[in-house]
Write a protein that binds this ligand. Structure first.
Ligand SMILES: CC(C)(COP(=O)(O)OP(=O)(O)OC[C@H]1O[C@@H](n2cnc3c(N)ncnc32)[C@H](O)[C@@H]1OP(=O)(O)O)[C@@H](O)C(=O)NCCC(=O)NCCS
Length: 142
């Protein structure tokens, strides 16, 4: 019987974005294109930032991005986004991505990518705006 190996997949957290890596997103070597993964990460970070800001946000910077392992077609891709820092109008979000791949009847997880992305809350004209004060209800974003 297959034994599930311990992994660093955060089973106690809800992924912000979860999806299946499809053949349409491959690069010429047959792995999943890094730009597609970056787009999913930006969406995941943007969701958390939008919820915290209570309104539109824009991506202003990707301050770090690391690709640890390739993502393969058929992998279940989960992006976990968590707020690292809140400024006057900016929200810094850490996004960690895990790929889960079936092996001997169990899903094996691998940490594939991580990034730190900065979002800025903007008004309807696209000008930065002050973030609202948030109480303990928003603690789960950290
Ligand atoms: C985001 C944007 C509104 C910020 O405008 P700005 O005039 O620089 O605004 P501010 O000077 O008031 O800075 C706003 C916040 O962004 C932060 N910021 C600005 N540039 C940054 C950078 N390169 N890295 C990290 N943080 C940055 C500032 O530190 C400030 O944070 P704080 O308010 O928490 O202290 C503007 O740069 C913009 O519209 N950029 C394009 C965004 C976009 O189109 N994104 C999609 C990319 S495809």
């Amino acid at each position: 019987m297959a034994v599930k190996e311990p992994d660093s997949f955060p089973h106690d957290r809800q992924p912000t974005v979860r999806l299946l890596a499809m053949p349409a997103h491959t690069n010429p070597s047959g792995n999943i294109f890094g730009g597609w993964i970056m787009a999913q990460m930006d969406i995941a970070g943007g969701i958390v930032a939008l919820e915290y800001a209570g309104g539109p946000v824009v991506t202003v910077a990707v301050t770090s991005m690391e690709f640890h392992r390739p993502v393969k077609v058929g992998d279940l891709v989960s992006c976990f986004a968590r707020i690292q820092k809140v400024g006057s109008s900016s929200i810094t979000v850490k996004v960690q991505v895990f790929a889960q791949r079936p092996h001997d009847g169990v899903l094996q997880s691998t940490a594939v990518t991580e990034a730190v992305i900065v979002y800025v809350a903007v008004d309807e004209s696209g000008v930065s705006r002050k973030l609202p004060e948030r109480g303990p209800d928003f603690g789960h974003y950290w």
